[in-house]
Design a binder for this molecule. Structure first.
Ligand code: SAM
Length: 276
């Protein structure tokens, strides 16, 4: 079983999707928010007024609550191909509007946007270069774009484990996962291309931050491969893993003696020039 090229490999309709999205929120939201607050020069909780924010491929929409709490009391549009996993408190939030949109086939909601954020989305989309230009076109003068994706984390993905077998298993899982995502049009090099692509698109003050933090067995970071490997099990098997390999790996990832490097997050942020 493979995903049609260009279609997102995971599926929000899968029963494990809410758990996977909660892992992503737990692992990533604080870093994303800290970077946004720093880059937008927001002092001591002083909110920016009337900013319009667009969150692309928002998953469970948790970043909308962070934006509402720490960045803006303006309108926040939360967009996804499948909005069924948006948390109820996000859907009901007075600042938030939820939009269902397939970014491979449909136009972006019209701007101007003061802030656009997309995390773990562009690497999946084969139209990423054109989409970036389209997003930049919707930004207000001085508007900010932040794109975050995962890139290579170096050779030692397992830092500690009671058995060397865990390390081999996890490396085989990572290779198979990259292959499953590649079948669906994912570009694993996109995170390293984002900076130049943003500058080529006319953005200024472009900066890239990279960050990884170790993930201990049983923590949200280790729950993530458990959820993803369960959803993608059939496709991982076509790339060389057995079901018993995956059962064993999932068991190991609940063991607090197992420590992974954690995925390396590349966060690239830039803004459109201000009008003269
Ligand atoms: C890996 S999740 C990341 C969710 C969230 N941004 C986060 O980092 O927690 C990718 C999200 O992008 C959405 N997505 C995938 N393809 C899409 C498309 N063509 N148009 C809009 N959203 C899409 C998925 O439905 C999913 O919710």
């Amino acid at each position: 079983m493979t995903t049609a090229p260009g279609r997102y490999a995971l599926d929000n309709a899968h029963e494990g999707a809410p758990g996977m999205h909660e892992c992503l929120s737990g692992v990533l939201d604080t870093n994303t928010t800290d970077l946004l607050v720093k880059y937008l020069s927001i002092a001591d909780g002083a909110l920016r007024h009337d900013t319009r924010t667009l969150l692309l491929g928002a998953g469970n929409g948790s970043m909308a609550l962070k934006v509402a709490d720490e960045i803006s009391y303006g309108a926040i549009v939360v967009l996804d191909l499948d909005t069924s996993r948006i948390r109820p408190e996000v859907r009901d939030h007075h600042q938030v509007e939820v939009i269902t949109c397939d970014l491979l086939a449909e136009p972006l909601p019209p701007g101007p946007w003061d802030l656009v954020h997309a995390r773990l989305l562009f690497a999946h989309l084969p139209n990423r270069d054109k989409l970036l230009l389209d997003v930049v076109d919707t930004l207000a003068p001085g508007g900010t774009l932040m794109i975050e994706d995962w890139g290579v984390a170096g050779p030692g993905l397992v830092l500690d484990a009671p058995s060397p077998r865990t390390k081999r298993l996890f490396q085989r899982y990572q290779q198979a996962l990259i292959a499953v995502f590649a079948d669906a049009g994912n570009d694993p090099r996109w995170a390293t291309r984002t900076h130049a692509a943003m500058r080529d698109a006319g953005l200024v003050d472009v900066e890239t931050h990279t960050r990884a933090r170790s993930w201990t067995g049983g923590s949200p970071g280790c729950q993530l491969p458990i959820a993803v490997s369960t959803e993608l099990e059939d496709r991982l098997v076509t790339h060389g893993l057995t079901r018993s390999d995956l059962d064993e790996l999932r068991h190991d990832l609940t063991d607090p003696r197992v420590v992974l490097t954690g995925n390396l997050t590349w966060s690239t942020i830039g803004r459109t020039p201000l009008e003269d």
